[in-house]
Design a protein. Structure first.
Lengths: 229, 159
């Protein structure tokens, strides 16, 4: 199995490193060798940037001694996008009725004059970058904005719970009528039948199955009387 | 990226759920009747048996559980009822309480001296309590003969 390596010149296109010499791309630490026509198409896109690469230019560059139909060119572009994992077409943009163009500026990071040591140093740097990139999601996961959101959400949810929003709701069993305490839920007009005049000493009224019990406080002791229904 | 967003959303959902649960638990704790009303409560009342009015004083001790002590007297004779009250239903303003471990002392002698016919195991069946007047309690003890005796309980001390 051939060892895939980036040989100068090396271009950086977004997160992808591409060597037209070896036809190898490297993305997230994984190296892949492009098919010849895909590599040529990518190289043509790099060289033509920022101009649009027309279908005619593609045909002239990639199919010098033959011809290519639109379907063939489409298929090659599709294959290149697949190799570059560019499903969303964020790397190779289609310009309707014109052709194709790279969405990001390709940067040459190692030229033909680059020594082997420089390439080795570059590879080492690349490995480090990938290591950092692998850690990036974790940093983003615990970003200050996320932590602030989590804190606010947690505080709001705690406050909501602590306010009794999730507790069972009860019917109000006791309430005051004039200044008297009614310790049951009265029906409409029920209290008007009872001796609960305003201004009289505070009375406490409970209701059983067959009678009302009306109590008043007298010298620290409750004195009660019952009224049958 | 999609998985990453899902992970963040999941974390936020878990935080929201746990925080709401913790808030709800603290609400339940703060509104626990045993905590809200802990202390010693006292009050006086009376009840009628065979046309004779028996004076009764109640002492309720609320701590980890609720202990009720009733001292019932008629003229110079008395008997006591001690019981543990168990909260069967608590609705903020009203609690329904059942009795457990009831102990009645001095009832046989009381019946003998006064001639008042009270069931030997005591008359207390269950009780209800309401919060009234600045946190005082209206306590109504249901008796086995279908009547009840009521007390206005004031807190004498916090535990």
């Amino acid at each position: 199995m051939t060892l895939l390596s980036l040989e100068p010149p090396i271009y950086q296109i977004g997160d992808i490193y591409y060597s037209p010499t070896s036809g190898v791309i490297e993305y997230q630490g994984e190296s892949t060798r492009l098919r010849a026509r895909e590599a040529n198409l990518l190289h043509a896109l790099v060289l033509s940037f920022p101009d649009v690469l027309s279908r005619t230019e593609i045909e002239e560059t990639l199919w010098k001694d033959s011809y290519a139909t639109n379907a063939t060119i489409n298929q090659t572009v599709k294959a290149l996008r697949f190799s570059l994992q560019d499903d969303q077409r964020t790397l190779i943009r289609t310009i309707p009725k014109q052709g194709y163009v790279l969405a990001v500026r390709p940067k040459i990071i190692a030229s033909d004059e680059t020594t082997n040591e420089q390439v080795a140093a570059f590879d080492s740097q690349l490995t480090q970058d990938e290591h950092v990139a692998a850690k990036t999601p974790q940093r983003q996961l615990l970003s200050s904005s996320f932590l602030a959101t989590a804190f606010l959400l947690g505080t709001a949810a705690f406050a909501l719970g602590a306010s009794g929003q999730f507790a069972a709701k009860y019917a109000r069993l006791s309430h005051q009528y004039n200044q008297h305490w009614i310790l049951f839920t009265p029906e409409q007009g029920e209290l008007q039948k009872l001796p609960l005049q305003p201004g009289s000493p505070t009375k406490y009224v409970i209701k059983s199955d067959s009678y009302y019990k009306i109590c008043i406080r007298h010298q620290g002791e409750l004195q009660c009387k019952t009224i049958d229904f | 990226m999609q998985n990453y967003r899902f992970l963040r959303l999941s974390i936020l959902c878990i935080i929201a759920f746990l925080s709401a649960w913790a808030g709800h638990a603290s609400y339940q704790y703060m509104n626990n009747p045993l905590l809200q009303y802990s202390g010693v409560w006292e009050g006086k009342g009376s009840f009628n048996v065979e046309g004779k009015e028996i004076n009764s004083s109640a002492t309720m001790l609320i701590g980890n559980d609720i202990r009720l002590s009733l001292n019932n007297s008629y003229q110079n004779d008395n008997f006591t009822v001690d019981a543990t009250l168990v909260v069967k239903r608590h609705e903020h303003e009203n609690s329904h309480l059942d009795l457990e471990n009831k102990q009645v002392n001095g009832l046989e002698a009381f019946i003998e001296k006064t001639g008042i016919n009270i069931p030997l195991n005591g008359t207390l069946v269950n009780a209800n309590a309401w919060q009234v007047d600045d946190g005082n309690l209206f306590f109504d003890a249901q008796l086995s003969n279908g009547t009840s005796t009521s007390y206005y309980l004031r807190r004498k001390s916090n535990r």
